[in-house]
Design a protein around this ligand. Structure first.
Ligand code: GLU
Length: 451
């Protein structure tokens, strides 16, 4: 048995299906970092991998709240404080019925390496709840958030752990969470990021992940000597914060984003997605994408159930560059095949781990430029760290300053990833480059700190 197999075997737990996505994320990292562990024995000597895959602590709690019918509802809340070798625990909160400990472990583990890649002083964490915000009234969302923070406030702080948003958690939810935190503690401090701008948020935090995804792609295409995105057809999945702002930046740079999707289906609008309509539907009215056709009857709506098993309509649309920005494992091997057949040149992950391992292997073997989430979607957490900086120094940066710093940070991450891949003999492999560069940074800090 080879080194990688031995390492993986140490962590396998076939009885726990909940942990599947976590093992998927971990296996990818172990395969990637094999050349590093083999060339420098100190990481094995100090048992870095064994220490890194186990969170520092997992906080699990009950969240009880009253719905609009005066019925008591019970959900589970979590915060996984994974690793703080490089700075305070940092990472989002996800509110979605699919949330469980395994999903949050995968997201938290990825977050450690993502945050390390930014070069900023932030550790890795993730949290959330199986609470489903879909169809809930504003007052129900507020009651849930307040109940959630009554438990969580004991474990967070600007130098301890700084949560932010993720799926189901935007500035409205962060506002309610922070409001209750202030009431309980009487402290006005940078304990959350992604706050609304008028009470302590940073300009450009909502746009940051989506814009960062495009900045990373521009940089990668340049490094790989490919054509720019200007004038090119691009496909985007998702219709949340990341997808919408990726579409916005694509339009700004003169590309043609033609798709978006939600849990019900995919919109294909060959003349380019109507951004203002999409924003209104998703940010203000919280409507299903099907309604897009009421304004644009010439666009196509493909309901999810109409598509062949294992494939997704959005990845069957011919494009130059694809941007999976919805959720984990949404781009399968069949989708990768369709993208390749249709002449796609690059795939950039906007969501966390949206491509299956088989899809990644296939794309890479066909020399498609592939940018993994932990590098390409780091823009959100980068601007979160800028928000922490602004809060700590009681200052406010202009939109232009944040944008400029975000762009240069994404370019730096792209270069670091590409150069690391080259140094370790896997030139052009951004997955391995990101995993090695991120792991090395955290591992060196862990060694320096002692046990
Ligand atoms: N949830 C985002 C991510 O996956 C942002 C985390 C943050 O801003 O702390 O990176």
């Amino acid at each position: 048995m080879g080194f990688v197999e031995t390492e993986i075997q140490k962590f396998e737990n076939p009885n726990c299906a909940e942990n599947n996505v976590f093992y998927q994320a971990m296996e990818e990292v172990i395969y990637s970092i094999a050349p590093l562990l083999e060339s420098d024995k100190k990481y094995v000597k100090y048992s870095i991998l064994e220490r890194l895959v186990v969170p520092d602590r997992t906080i699990k709690f009950k969240v009880t709240w009253l719905d609009d019918n005066n019925q008591i509802q019970v959900n589970t809340g979590y915060r996984i404080q994974y690793n703080n070798a490089l700075g305070p625990y940092k990472g989002g909160l996800r509110f979605h019925p699919s949330v469980n400990e395994g999903v949050l472990k995968f997201l938290g583990f990825e977050q450690i390496l993502k945050n390390a890649l930014t070069g900023l002083p932030i550790g890795g964490a993730k949290g959330g709840s199986d609470f489903d915000p879909k169809g809930k009234s504003d007052s129900e969302i507020m009651k849930f958030c307040k109940s959630f923070i009554i438990e969580l406030h004991k474990y967070i702080g600007p130098c301890i752990d700084v949560p932010a948003g993720d799926i189901g958690v935007g500035s409205r939810e962060i506002g309610y969470l922070f409001g209750e935190y202030k009431k309980i503690t009487s402290r006005y401090e940078g304990v959350f990021t992604g706050k609304p701008f008028f009470f302590g948020g940073s300009l450009m935090r909502p746009e940051a992940t989506g814009y960062g995804v495009i900045y990373f792609t521009q940089s990668m295409l340049e490094m790989e000597s490919k054509d720019t995105l200007e004038g090119k057809i691009c496909t985007v999945s998702g219709a949340g914060n990341v997808a919408i702002h990726a579409i916005e930046k694509l339009l700004q740079i003169g590309a043609l984003p033609v798709s978006c999707s939600d849990s019900g289906g995919t919109i294909y609008d060959s003349r380019g997605v109507d951004l203002e309509l999409l924003k209104e539907m998703k940010f203000e009215k919280r409507e299903s994408l099907e309604k897009y056709l009421q304004t644009h009857p010439e666009a196509k709506y493909i309901p999810i159930e109409e598509y062949p098993e294992g494939g997704h309509a959005v990845w069957d649309i011919p494009c130059y560059a694809a941007f999976p920005c919805a959720t984990q494992n949404e781009l399968t091997e069949i989708d990768a095949q369709n993208l390749i057949q249709n002449g796609c040149v690059s795939v950039t992950e906007g969501a966390n781990m949206p491509s299956t391992p088989e899809a990644i292997d296939l794309l890479q073997s066909h020399k498609i430029c592939f940018a993994p989430a932990k590098a390409a979607n780091a823009g959100g957490v980068v601007v979160s760290e800028f928000e922490m900086s602004q809060n700590a120094s009681m200052s406010r940066w202009s939109f232009e300053k944040v944008d400029e710093k975000l762009k240069s940070t994404m370019e730096m991450i792209c270069k670091r990833v590409a150069l690391t891949a080259k140094d370790y003999g896997v030139e052009g492999n951004y997955v391995d480059g990101a995993n090695i560069a991120g792991f090395k940074k955290v591992a060196d800090a862990m060694i320096a700190e002692g046990i």
